[in-house]
Design a protein around this ligand. Structure first.
Ligand code: AR6
Length: 186
């Protein structure tokens, strides 16, 4: 069952960071983030679920964007989703950890938050980028994601009031719960 009730919440200034277990395509937020590929075409995993739920208008909108580099992100409308917008962020493929994967993953979170603030939007939900088909270890990815979100919000939260870290399963959620404890966030 999908629920947007957080399993744990931390506060950074006036922004809540919520760990939620569920299907990101069902969330009622301003922005959901897609774990995209560089071509910005329909794929598997969360990307496939988002394209199915948003409808064929999303394929056309992505085709107009001209791709996206790894570590960067671009925004479209949300079309048939509850979410008003989709930010397509391209995470790194895991090559063992010495190919700049950590910095590229952090950059995805930072860029998505920058775009959200630049558009004066209040709420954004992230999946665990790169931890599925791209093979990034989930515990390491949770530490990088949380660190990037906390440092970006601490520097400049702007319009952002809520950040959801949306995990598809309890194990992925546990990685965030452990990270929050390590960082003394909750
Ligand atoms: N809601 C939330 N999280 C989900 C959902 C969902 N509906 N479905 C899967 N996840 P992945 P990647 C989780 O493989 O590793 C695509 O083909 C999943 O359990 O979706 O960044 C793209 O087009 C995992 O924890 O993305 C790219 O080619 C996380 O989302 C490539 O896969 C990310 O898994 C990107 O691979």
């Amino acid at each position: 069952m999908t629920s947007s009730t957080p399993v744990l919440t931390a506060e950074i200034g006036k922004t809540h960071i919520d760990i939620v277990i569920g299907d990101i395509t069902t969330l009622d937020v301003d922005v959901i983030v897609n774990a995209a590929n560089e071509a910005l075409v329909r794929g598997g995993g969360v990307c496939g679920a988002i394209f199915r739920a948003a409808g064929p208008e999303l394929d056309a909108a992505c085709a107009r964007l001209g791709g996206c580099s790894t570590g960067d992100a671009k925004m479209t409308d949300g079309f048939r989703l509850k979410a008003r917008h989709i930010i397509h962020a391209v995470g790194p493929v895991w090559h063992g950890g010495d190919a700049n994967e950590d910095a590229l993953l952090a950059s995805c979170y930072r860029r998505a938050l920058e775009i959200t603030a630049a558009n004066r939007l209040a709420s954004i939900a992230f999946p665990a980028i790169s931890t599925g088909i791209y093979g990034f270890p989930g515990d390491r990815a949770a530490r990088i994601a949380t660190g990037a979100v906390v440092s970006e919000l601490s520097a400049k939260a702007g319009s952002i009031k809520r950040v959801v870290l949306c995990c598809f399963d309890a194990r992925s959620g546990q990685h965030y719960v452990e990270t929050f404890a390590e960082l003394g966030l909750a």
